[in-house]
Design a protein around this ligand. Sequence first.
Ligand SMILES: Nc1ncnc2c1ncn2[C@@H]1O[C@H](COP(=O)(O)OP(=O)(O)OP(=O)(O)O)[C@@H](O)[C@H]1O
Ligand SMILES: [Mg+2]
Length: 506
Amino acid sequence: MTATNGQPGHFELSGVSKAFPGVRALESVDFDVRAGEVHVLLGENGAGKSTLIKIMGGVHRPDDGSVRVDGAPVRFGGPSDAERLGVSTIHQEMALVPGLSVAENIHLGRPPRRFGLIDRARMRADAAELVERTGLDLDVDATVGELGVAQRQRVEIAKALSVDTRFLIMDEPTAVLSRSEVTTLFGIVADLTRRGVGVVFISHLLGEVAEVGDRVTVLRDGAKVGELAADADTEELVRLMVGRPLEQQYPARDADIGEQRLEVRGLSRSGALDDVTFTARAGEVVGVGGLVGAGRTELVRAIFGADRYDGGGVWLDGARVPPGDVAAARASGLALVPEDRAGQGLVLGASVEENLGLATLSDRTRAGLVDLADQRASAERTVRSLRIRVDDLARPALTLSGGNQQKIVIGKWLLTRPKVLILDEPTRGIDVGAKAEIYELINELTAGGTTVIVVSSDLPELLGVSDRVLVMADGRLRGELSRAEATQEDVMALAVAHGNGADDDA
Ligand SMILES: Nc1ncnc2c1ncn2[C@@H]1O[C@H](COP(=O)(O)OP(=O)(O)OP(=O)(O)O)[C@@H](O)[C@H]1O
Ligand SMILES: [Mg+2]
């Protein structure tokens, strides 16, 4: 340990500021974490959380202020300097190599060697042992590029836990995990803090603050607005985050449900979907609940034509939607905001405006020319209505905070004015204030006759926004609940009744 003046295991930032072109991401922020504690970092999308932990991890250099580890001032030239001091980060944007296996990714940059050669057998065995010890459901031989978001998040966590860490920094690690995995992860965190690791934890799920944390710091617009004990009142935390009390999370729904619009009949794909049949009406919000792996994402991808199916079909206003053809599905009025927004939804190098225009590009292209004025006007409207935090539409999407990138993907599909909008985990990684705005938007869309299908693992959300909830397990529809009668317990009972009850994602 490099302890100097009697403060071993203390990581301190004082008066840290950081600006990017057009934005002050951090403004004279004090933040610290001590050995053996979990310090939670809260704030709206774009508040500066990831920027702060990137300074701790040596990714960004502060413009101003000081960084001390164990009481000694440090200047990180890059992430490897931070790693040498025992700082390990689980980043929000996952930094994995898609072409390599899970085991290879876990050992990336420091593979076990034998006689100077990479010891593949040991690499595999070590990775398998780690996965076993951490209780993560993961196949170490799988290729990372073929994994879903939840699986990839597990690889990130395993990777961070595979090194000797003194300070573990986790940027929204739980966003894509099932409830039982979150419990396991918190068990691991408790074990690490007992052994003297200091943990920084970022989440948009306020329930997790008291569950895992000791202290909580709230950032707003790049400034620290409060530091409280982690068992602080949730309403107080929300007020600090958004700068005002949030009256209601789920806006009242005055559903005006019309004619049948979407019909899904006997949809089947071997190993994924088993004879799924349901209908949805104009102006209706149909929620799809179930455990991670129940087939919800597979179902909506099949409806949208992103995946093929072997049996059954999809009809929109009585006309068959051609299977396995996204362009045709889109032309017939379907839109899907995918679960994996970073991977499937966004061109990171392109500007905010271009990204927002992507889904509607063909509509505004005449004789090969894009109507740029129209593209700009609709992009501006979307940025305003979703409160996307960006000062200039020409900025590359990758310079936006994680949650604001997600809002772009949602906005891009809203601009297609779909007849049926499918949202797969729409508010994952989105702050409380923006969540309420998305629910508001769902209400506006349905009031205009759009049918909305929402897949969500967040049970209060599922019940808060849906008129009707379908519950899936093992690729099948296990039941249907009306808004009036559904409780969280009812949904869970259906979700686990026939499936594997071990993996609940309440
Ligand atoms: N590399 C970058 N270049 C330019 N601007 C950036 C860059 N990284 C972050 N920003 C800006 O800094 C601000 C803070 O972003 P940051 O990613 O820290 O937010 P966050 O609190 O992590 O939000 P989220 O909850 O959405 O992940 C945002 O306005 C963002 O657009
Ligand atoms: Mg972030």
